[in-house]
Write a protein that binds this ligand. Structure first.
Ligand SMILES: *Cc1c(COP(=O)(O)O)cnc(C)c1O
Length: 389
């Protein structure tokens, strides 16, 4: 069968396939410890679920405006002003089928064939693939543990060229859990302010999941010049444990929102109408649920951080955001895919090889799971590594 060329240019999501394999083992009754899933293990907050149920009862089951219901666009605009010092009118917001879809729509609306998009490595799995699907060229910039896996202003400056269209920043980061400090954000902004043809997309989906006093500063909030060229991509999946709802958004200049709305209007149309009412409840209701989940993650983070660094050959910086650890296994002399496949077979522990994020010397472990699983799983990894050496 002949498929479109674009299919062969992209790789299927490794995170989704490993998660599926672990789930299949579990379904067969195998005692699997899974650190692979990039989602909170909590149920969606009760008041959010109630709002969506109410919307169903009220008959909110019809098509809606492609860009989202006005109430939700307004609530997102209010949130961006209150939490992030970002000024967007509701017309500058589009509600999308998740943060992933936000980014996809954006690439489709902005990228011409050959346009370069600067992506720091390690990156979230989908960034380079989305750029390729939009006929763009991912320009990968490799970071390492010496900078905490963060791109430096010097690296950013060196990567910008005539074809550069967009710079993708994700802080707090998936897969590293690292958070750019406000000073580091300002350092990147100083470079970007000098290059007026470069747009920025700031993926802020983990902004609420921070530890040890880490602060989130949006690139768009640094200066009016940065505000004009920074597109905010976010969603409800991580902070509110609403992964299955498929609810995200973009905030950007009106022209770009119009363009993404046209694309969405011919592809998915509006996001599930009653789900959007849940989104309104999430943003306008009590934020205690976000803090409760954050505190649970904070406790698990301490436990996993200690256990991982006790494994010989593992080097793991302490992440200050999101819910991932990204240890380097360079000293073990085994590539990440082999490590994760053998580990799953030998010890029934699922994690994501760093190669999925462009870095073959690392592993990604999610600690969005219970403490008992973290302890048992890390024990098994230790056992596995001992027989390797
Ligand atoms: C989870 C995630 C998203 C978006 O997820 P959705 O479920 O589509 O909202 C976007 N960016 C990063 C870095 C993520 O980890």
């Amino acid at each position: 069968m002949q498929l479109a060329d674009r299919v062969s240019q992209v790789t299927p999501s490794l995170t989704l396939s490993i998660t599926a394999k672990a789930l299949a083992l579990k379904a067969k009754g195998v005692d699997v410890c899974s650190f692979s899933a990039g989602e909170p293990d909590f149920p969606s907050p009760a008041h959010v679920v109630a709002a969506a149920k109410q919307a169903l009862d009220d008959g909110k089951t019809k098509y809606g405006p492609a860009a989202g219901i006005p109430k939700l666009r307004q609530a997102i605009a209010n949130k961006l002003a209150a939490d992030n010092q970002l000024n967007f009118a509701p017309e500058q917001i589009i509600v999308t089928n998740g943060g992933k879809h936000s980014l996809y729509n954006l690439m489709m609306a902005m990228i011409n064939p050959g346009d370069e998009v600067i992506i720091p490595v390690p990156y979230w799995v989908s960034y380079p693939e989305m750029v390729k699907l939009a006929s763009g060229v991912p320009k990968l910039v490799y970071t390492d543990e010496t900078s905490g896996y963060k791109i430096t202003p010097e690296q950013l400056e060196a990567a910008i060229g005539d074809r550069t269209r967009l710079f993708v920043l994700n802080s707090p980061s998936n897969p590293t859990g690292m958070v750019y400090t406000p000073d580091e954000i300002r350092g990147l902004a100083a470079v970007l302010e000098r290059h007026e043809q470069v747009w920025i997309v700031s993926d802020e989906i983990y902004e609420k999941i921070l530890y040890d006093g880490a602060k989130h500063l949006s690139l768009g909030a640094v200066s009016p010049a940065m505000h004009d060229r920074t597109i905010i991509s976010s969603g409800f999946a991580k902070a509110y444990s609403m992964t299955g709802w498929r609810l995200g958004y973009l905030a950007a200049p009106k022209e770009l929102i119009k363009a993404t709305t046209t694309i969405q209007g011919h592809s998915t149309s509006n996001v599930c109408t009653f789900a959007q009412y849940g989104g309104v409840a999430a943003l306008t209701g009590s934020q205690d649920c976000v803090e409760e989940m954050r505190q649970a993650f904070a406790q698990r983070r301490e436990v996993m951080f200690k256990l991982l660094n006790a494994i010989p050959g593992f080097n793991c910086p302490k992440p200050d955001g999101a819910f991932y650890m990204f240890p380097s296994i360079k000293e073990l002399g085994i590539d990440s895919l082999k490590f994760s496949q053998q580990l799953l077979e030998a010890e029934n522990v699922a994690l994501i090889p760093g190669i999925a994020f462009g870095m073959d010397s690392n592993l990604r472990l999610s600690y969005a799971t219970d403490l008992a699983t973290i302890e048992k799983g890390c024990d098994r990894i230790l056992k596995f590594v001992k027989q390797l050496t």
